[in-house]
Design a binder for this molecule. Structure first.
Ligand code: SAM
Length: 473
């Protein structure tokens, strides 16, 4: 009934494809070793394209703790625009459509089309995007780039399953693109593209693409994509907008604003996404935060097709806006999502409670499920959830205490810090869930169930919970 993993368990790493096996090992260059000439070259390229002011730019790219970043050249007020990048410099699905491979990419998802464009440009010696591509890191700490021995540190985590699922998905998409686009059009691709090259491009798009833009699915925006994330910026909403400039506001620019006042010499930061869990931050960007509400565990609930009341239960879920399979994100330190207990009670409903599934109850059933139905039903959901928590907790190779000791033991690599933070967060959430249902188990005798509520509503139970019978005279 309750599965605690979003992706099915898979072998630790997918089998390498033919292309992977052929790929030669590469020395990867993190951004921290970027030659300053590349940054200068990128800046000149932006100046030539009139993407930065000829004098007194508010920010300039520079090496910082997080790789490249945007450093204030003067004091900048809160809300002031720091970067304005014209549309001609964005790499988005329109850029791909207008390129030599545009016709071939028509059926691709925007993410995949932009990734293919980027990796193709990377392999072209004469690429018009060369100054931009040269400042991109060859690797980040996103878990999609971790080798197997580092992934072992994520043993038992949902993040490991998600990472492997994403890699498998990207690999599958690449194999399709290779077969349908690259191989039949070799002449358009000046150098061979391996699955690792494509994963790099996917990682770039994922970690630096701006999505959810009005009228745009997603875009890489050179220069604006150098802005780093700060956990201390917690304002809701985005720090960027698309504006029209020039005659009749016909030219679009991507405008990035600083959400806080920044002093000259300091770095401009934004908040990437307040809604992402640490696992999502680790997967997309390769960092995590220490805030407890970034610790999330996703509980997957579903009605099994073998359930004798499958059809009725599905009907009830659908009429209440829910699906056969639902994902409930449980956040460390926060209450359970409101629909989770009714969902669980419905999944467990059967035996003498099954009359509630009859059609006369269809309009009121969800209201009933918000409160305990019967002792048997409530006991069952406690047992199933507690068993699932215990089983999930036993899959980690360390305890919370061991993780805490490791963290306190000294300097850890950024990736080990991510692994420890994520697995510790997940385990704490699992303990929290187990604690909630353990407490509930001890309360089972004192809870009021459907039949008692019903009698009370009909005025048939007195305050002492004694059922009043009419005596026949
Ligand atoms: C949009 S890019 C920002 C520019 C990037 N620093 C670079 O060198 O190109 C996002 C990437 O920057 C890095 N990054 C951003 N904020 C960070 C933070 N607070 N801590 C660690 N790395 C960060 C991560 O590698 C992330 O994937």
């Amino acid at each position: 009934m309750a599965s605690l993993h979003r992706f099915a368990r898979t072998p630790l790493l997918p089998k390498p494809s033919k292309t992977q096996r052929k790929a030669k090992p590469k020395t990867l260059r993190p951004t921290s070793s970027l030659p300053s000439a590349s940054i200068d070259n990128f800046w000149h390229w932006l100046s030539d394209k009139k993407a930065v002011p000829a004098s007194s730019p508010p920010v300039k790219p520079a090496m910082v703790r997080e790789g490249l970043g945007l450093v204030a050249q003067r004091d900048i007020s809160r809300g002031e625009s720091v970067v304005e990048v014209p549309k001609k410099l964005w790499i988005n699905p329109d850029t791909v459509a207008a390129s030599d491979i545009g016709g071939l990419c028509r059926g691709l998802k925007p993410w995949m089309a932009v990734a293919l464009f980027l990796v193709r440009e990377k392999g072209r010696p004469d690429s018009a995007w060369r100054p931009y591509i040269n400042i991109l890191p060859e690797v980040t700490d996103s878990t999609i780039f971790w080798p197997e021995e580092e992934l072992l540190e994520l043993q038992g985590t949902q993040l490991l399953n998600t990472t492997l699922g994403v890699k498998e998905y990207v690999q599958g998409e690449f194999l399709r693109i290779e077969e349908e686009i690259i191989v039949p059009n070799r002449g358009l691709f000046s150098s061979p593209i391996t699955v690792d090259d494509f994963l790099w491009a996917f990682g770039m798009v994922r970690s630096r693409g701006f999505s959810r833009m009005p009228g745009e699915s997603l875009a890489l925006v050179p220069l604006a994509d150098l802005v780093n994330h700060s956990p201390s910026i917690t304002a809701e909403g985005t720090s960027w907008e698309i504006r029209g400039t020039g005659f009749f506001s016909r030219e679009l620019v991507f405008s990035l604003q600083t959400p806080i006042y920044v002093k000259a010499g300091e770095q401009v930061y934004i908040q990437y996404d307040l809604g992402k869990s640490n696992a999502e931050l680790a997967l997309d960007y390769g960092f995590i935060e220490s805030r407890s509400d970034r610790g999330v565990y996703t509980l997957t609930l579903e009605i099994p097709e073998s359930d004798p009341f499958y059809g009725d239960k599905l009907d009830i879920l659908e009429s209440n806006g829910l699906k056969e399979t639902e994902y409930f994100d449980i956040v460390l330190g926060q209450a359970l999502p409101p629909d989770m207990l009714p969902y669980l009670r419905l999944v467990a409903l059967g035996g003498t409670d099954a009359f509630l599934l009859e059609s006369i109850f269809r309009n009121s059933i969800w209201g009933h499920l918000e409160l305990p139905i019967s002792r048997a039903n409530e006991e069952l959901i406690c047992r199933v959830i507690r068993d699932a928590c215990k089983s999930a907790l036993s899959a980690y190779h360390t305890t919370i205490e061991e993780d805490q000791n490791l963290r306190e033991s000294g300097k850890l690599s950024p990736r080990l810090e991510i692994a420890i933070g994520v697995r510790e967060g997940e385990k704490k959430v699992l303990q929290q869930i187990d604690g909630i249902f353990k407490d509930r188990e001890t309360e089972l005798d004192g809870l009021e169930y459907y039949q008692e509520r019903r009698l009370r509503d009909l005025g048939l139970a007195c305050d002492q919970d004694e059922i009043i019978f009419w005596e026949s005279k």
